[in-house]
Design a protein around this ligand. Structure first.
Ligand SMILES: *[C@@H]1O[C@H](CO)[C@@H](O)[C@H](O)[C@H]1NC(C)=O
Ligand SMILES: *[C@@H]1O[C@H](CO)[C@@H](O)[C@H](O)[C@H]1NC(C)=O
Length: 522
């Protein structure tokens, strides 16, 4: 009689994580990041959890059950208008392509706006609100870990890119720059001497700026916002440093078909591909017919959502259209308005493209892309070779990696784009090496124990079940650099040796002197 009861109780304590209350926070005004946020939310809802979603891009048709959105769409204000880069602007100006300082400031500003947003303040000030776990996007700022303090629950980061030092340093040690490049770097592994020095220098600059400028400011924001929220709950605010290095887990939007990743600790989990909805939604009738009937295959062209094709220079657009017209293949171009004239017969302009459904069609032979993160994952997911035209940020790294992996070609974004692109398309059409390689990687990508959605749900529940998963934490996190490098031992050896040499010299001098004295007296 007692045993079943005990088992029930045990079951209750260990397994009752149905219907967790989860706060999912995707505060950056970057449209592509909401793709990841929505993937996370969708999978948590399917598992029966209750999700509160802080988002800049509220869902148009939100699920009715277990779901609430905190609308912070006014955050787009500070990237709208003049700040939105057009492709023409990038082409004609020397834009710093990887401005590490600016990105720190961007992350910080987004956090400041989010945490002071009236809709978030309402949430923070309500003393009846509680959550079992926080999942937040991580980009260059750790401020959102304050939520875990307010709700006294575990913190999990969801990182939109892969494993590299900037995120790993939050839960483990930062891997060496000798084999771990910065996420904005265009260097590829293995590194030459100059590249190694370059990586080290990038890191020093980033860390310098973070330590002396960004972090002190973030501390002020943390103390103001979360201090107020805790005061309402009658609790004291823990120190910022204690909080930011206290995450239970990091999810990274990468996967095993990516080579040259640094080794990662136990609480770092790959969920790349979680944003892909399976089975993919059916294509709209017109696109379905078009692709079905393309005898020579389809080339799909999209510059993503951040950089829009319509912001290309007019002359270049005309040249591109002409160039596409010379191919037998059907070209589907995601172009955001209807201003185009003289569109060749084989070119189909779409203002909006159901990208995953297009790439899933076996007639689609090639993907011309800006090399954004989600597009890069989808190319591998659906096994379509790519021609990358990177413009900014991680696009450069993504395309370099794809080229290195052998399933992509890279074309510089320049005024010669039409000519260069024509050559690249020609190469790719005449050589099936790229297709073979991407199919091989796609098989590798799909060959995993669990799909990313159920994996995410499992780990979130595991963290809650085990109250923050302390058993997964790396002991290296709290070992300071000087101890890891044994600089203290080195210091002891050097001082002892030095003291010993000094002593020896003294003794020698003394005995010489006595000898001399003795000689003299003799
Ligand atoms: C706050 O949320 C509501 C919807 O709940 C939305 O209509 C409003 O625009 C939001 N406020 C701001 C400043 O974004
Ligand atoms: C660190 O995380 C654990 C587990 O989530 C939690 O119990 C603890 O209170 C956190 N510490 C701080 C200082 O927030």
């Amino acid at each position: 009689m007692r045993l079943p009861l005990l088992l029930c109780l045990l079951y209750y304590f260990l397994c009752d994580v149905d219907g967790l209350k989860i706060l999912v926070c995707f505060p950056l005004p970057v449209k592509s990041l909401s793709i990841l946020g929505e993937g996370v939310v969708r999978n948590l809802l399917v598992a029966g959890h209750e999700v509160t979603y802080i988002t800049v891009y509220p869902l148009k048709n939100p699920p009715k059950k277990n779901f609430r959105q905190i609308d912070i769409s006014s955050n787009t204000a500070f990237v709208a208008g003049d700040h939105m880069p057009s492709i023409e602007f990038i082409l004609n100006n020397k834009v710093e392509k990887t401005p590490s300082r600016d990105i720190q400031l961007f992350g910080q500003e987004a956090a400041r706006m989010t945490l002071n947003h009236e809709n978030v303040t309402k949430l923070l000030e309500d003393p009846n609100e509680h959550f079992d776990v926080i999942l937040s996007d991580l980009l260059e700022t750790e401020l959102y870990s304050g939520f875990a303090v307010v709700y006294e629950c575990p913190m999990i980061w969801v990182y939109s890119m892969g494993a590299h030092w900037q995120v790993l340093r939050m839960i483990d040690v930062a891997p060496s720059p000798a084999y771990d490049t910065d996420y904005l770097s265009s260097n590829t592994i293995p590194l030459s001497f100059a590249e190694r020095v370059d990586e080290l220098w990038t890191r020093i600059q980033w860390q310098f700026y973070k330590t002396f400028f960004t972090q002190p400011e973030e501390r002020r924001i943390y103390e103001a916002v979360f201090g107020a929220a805790l005061a309402k709950r009658g609790r004291a605010l823990p120190d910022y440093e204690e909080v930011i290095y206290n995450a239970s887990l990091i999810f990274a939007n990468e996967h095993d078909a990516v080579r040259n990743r640094p080794s990662t600790p136990q609480n770092f989990k790959y969920i790349g591909g979680i944003h892909v909805e399976e089975p993919v939604k059916p294509l709209p009738k017109d696109l379905q017919d078009l692709i079905d009937n393309s005898k020579h295959g389809v080339i799909y062209f999209s510059m993503g959502s951040f950089l829009q094709s319509k912001t290309l220079p007019r002359k270049l657009i005309t040249e591109l259209l002409q160039m596409f017209g010379e191919f037998k293949q059907t070209v589907i171009w995601k172009f955001e308005d209807n201003s185009l004239v003289d569109v060749p017969k084989n070119v189909q302009i779409v203002n909006w493209a159901p990208q995953q459904s297009i790439l899933a069609h076996p007639n689609v032979k090639m993907f011309l892309t800006h090399g954004g993160l989600f597009s890069s994952i989808e190319a591998i997911h659906f096994g379509v070779p790519t021609i990358g035209i990177p413009a900014l940020f991680d696009q450069i790294t993504n395309v370099n990696k794809a080229v290195l992996n052998g399933y992509a070609l890279k074309v510089e974004l320049s005024h010669d784009l039409a000519k260069d692109l024509k050559a690249a398309i020609g190469t790719m059409l005449s050589d099936d090496r790229y297709t073979k390689k991407v199919k091989e990687l796609s098989a590798l990508y799909h060959d995993r124990l669990t799909k990313p959605g159920p994996a995410l749900v499992y780990w979130v529940e595991h963290v809650v079940r085990t109250r923050g998963a302390p058993h997964l934490r790396s002991p290296a996190l709290h070992v300071p650099l000087y101890q890891r490098l044994y600089l203290d031992l080195l210091a002891i050896i050097l001082t002892t040796t030095f003291a010993f040499v000094l002593l020896l010299r003294r003794l020698c001098k003394k005995s010489n002197a006595t000898k001399y004295d003795q000689k003299k007296t003799n």
